[in-house]
Design a protein. Sequence first.
Length: 293
Amino acid sequence: MIVRLDDPRAAAEWCATERAARRTLGFVPTMGALHAGHVSLVRRALEENDVVCVSVFVNPLQFDEAQDFDHYPRDLGRDVELLDEAGCSMVFTGTLAQFFPAELDAAGRLRPEHWIEPGAAARGLEGACRSGHFEGVATIVDRLFEVVAPTRAYFGQKDYQQALVVGELARARGGPEVCVCAIAREAHGLARSSRNERLSADHRERAGVIHRALLAADELWRRGERDADVLANELRTVLNTEPQLELEYAELRDPQAWTAEAPHERLDQAVALIAGRFGPVRLIDNRVLGEAP
């Protein structure tokens, strides 16, 4: 039976007890509205650790749009059921005030001196499109790592740039080990996301164009194309066939040498990244070119 805790302090005590018993601790941070992608992270964590805990917290610090925060799906009861079925040992949640006691101002906002500045991986793409987003991610993940002190933490590749930011944060802290897990996809290729539940049936079908664009760029790469501009143009050519997609970016990066701006030279390794909207729902996806699916 899963342990459910509603206070980060209680979660910290539970984790400390597990560590004292010399059990390895896997950790999956989430914002809830769990789906098969989250469950796959939990299952991998269970394979690699003695016990696993999950956080469920819709973090207001990382939302640059109040409407997105207000409409983010929430169903903690169902989340707990899914985690219990998956074999998760403990799930915890909390409020902003509980995670940051005595660190909020009179209006309930986190005071500036308590924010964590992200590293170089926060530059460009999501960092440019979503002001303050990675500061919010780094700040809450740093606090979650303090609460849990896990052996390993698990993140999905769908949020590729976020995983890089978290990896930089973990290295600066001296741990934990960050494990990035493959993207879970729906039948027609759409990357699984809690936001997918807000898509209309028509938009959900149309959103498959994002995966098709990534596959097209990947096919060019496998045929020997290495020019960044040619590969990026292939992404956009496919995406432009869908008139209802409001494209924000479709670009390449060298995953080992992250840059704020898109490269224009030959690449020896590359990840293709896409962000766009169908109606009010913002979707992101990516593919490391040439990598096994």
